[in-house]
Design a protein around this ligand. Structure first.
Ligand code: NAD
Ligand code: ZN
Length: 357
């Protein structure tokens, strides 16, 4: 399955399959043959689990740079060490990077690629469910101690090669994290798909079902970023659940709660707020909450913080301005819109959330 992504800056494909890595990389021959060096960035977990298979499947010689796993690879030190590695390997503007790992590896590799010698090509080879989201669309970034993803660039990959077989080793927490972004894609685009999603046990999807859901999620994302590469309009819809979710994620200390687990909390919050501005009602919110709880998502972090401790994090949202926050809400399932909301309204919804979770 091939899904085209056509942004003004670059056109490329997401190639989804199972055990198709050799074939997928071979199909990039015209791009690869002009590269003077191929460099693979991965993280220590992914390499321990899948390095042997990857080395056999990758049909060309490559240099390897192994990063710390998780957010630890998105630090300035890690970024600097990666640049040093490329310089020491005598990489040039004709070298090509491959990000083999989850969203963290993809974000770091993409930002290194965007800035090494003012930009070299890179390919995403995602290994998490969450990365069906992060690998597509060209947002790349590292973190700053004062904020996550604060230093970055829009920089599109040459291709995204998504081999579903790598997902089999994901722990349940990472499945929950990634599936939260998948259900977000359903919520903002398609009521029928969303209804079907609600009947699923996300830990027990067959490989075919998983591939199908990821294809749909990637198609939603690809369509949106093709219309609005740099988030001036419809790309904002992809932030559904992210305003409050990011605040919970940041207050918890990044890495404690998986990204998607925090976003699940943020989506319940956004649904409560949607009741006020759109046509959804409490039954819709409670149906979603029941799905989340049945699938093992935790809402305990909501009670770990007061609204006042979350507020500074809400206000550092890239979309906040002068005491007004911007939320993506749903008018109906599949019909997102952007709404300005005051801090006082945010507080009311926070109080309400605490009574239902
Ligand atoms: P991750 O890369 O940190 O992976 C999560 C954990 O799973 C890591 O410990 C990793 O080693 C491990 N892992 C990866 N693949 C595995 C596999 N196949 N089997 C077992 N373990 C595996 O993160 P993620 O959850 O994929 O993504 C989160 C990151 O993505 C965050 O940094 C977030 O900011 C970023 N993100 C970026 C975008 C974007 O548009 N660029 C969108 C969403 C999230
Ligand atoms: Zn997200």
């Amino acid at each position: 399955m091939r899904i085209p992504v056509q942004t003004p800056s670059h056109a490329y494909e997401v190639v989804i399959g199972s055990h198709h890595l050799t074939e997928a990389i071979t199909s990039l021959a015209s791009k690869i043959e002009t590269a003077d060096q191929l460099v693979v960035f991965t993280d220590e977990h992914v390499w321990a689990l899948h390095g042997e298979h990857f080395s056999k499947a990758f049909p060309h010689p490559f240099k390897l740079h192994i990063l710390a796993a998780g957010e630890a690879c998105k630090t300035f030190d890690s970024y600097y060490a990666a640049q040093t590695f490329l310089l020491e390997q005598k990489c040039t503007r004709k070298s090509m990077l491959f990000a083999f790992g989850g969203g963290a590896v993809g974000d770091l590799t993409g930002f290194v690629a965007a800035t090494f010698m003012r930009g070299i090509p890179f390919v995403q080879i995602p290994t998490t469910i969450l990365a069906h989201d992060s690998a597509v669309g060209g947002k790349t970034a590292i973190n700053h101690p004062l904020g996550k993803n604060m230093i970055g660039a829009f920089y599109q990959p040459e291709a995204v090669l998504y081999d579903i077989a790598f997902l089999a080793s994901l722990p349940e927490k990472e499945v929950r994290s990634g599936m939260a972004e998948a259900i977000k894609h359903a919520l903002i685009s398609d009521e029928q798909w969303y209804e079907e999603f609600l009947t699923q046990d996300i830990q027990r999807l067959s490989e075919e079902q998983l591939a199908h859901y990821l294809e749909r999620g990637i198609t939603v994302k690809a369509d949106i970023v093709s219309q609005d590469e740099q988030e001036h309009s419809v790309r904002k819809y992809l932030n559904f659940g992210h305003t409050y979710g990011h605040a919970i994620e940041a207050a918890s200390g990044f890495g404690k709660l998986a990204h998607g687990e925090a976003i699940m909390i943020g989506m319940v919050y956004a649904l409560l707020l949607s009741e006020k501005y759109g046509q959804l009602n409490r039954a819709n919110t409670l149906e979603f909450l029941a799905f989340a709880q049945k699938n093992g998502y935790t809402f305990k972090p909501v009670h770990d913080f007061t609204f006042d401790t979350l507020l500074p994090y809400l206000m550092t949202d890239k979309k906040a301005e002068y005491g007004i926050l911007q939320f993506v809400l749903l008018d109906e399932i599949g019909k997102p819109f952007v709404q300005k909301v005051t801090v006082e309204e945010c507080r009311e919804i926070d109080t309400l959330l605490r009574t239902i979770v």
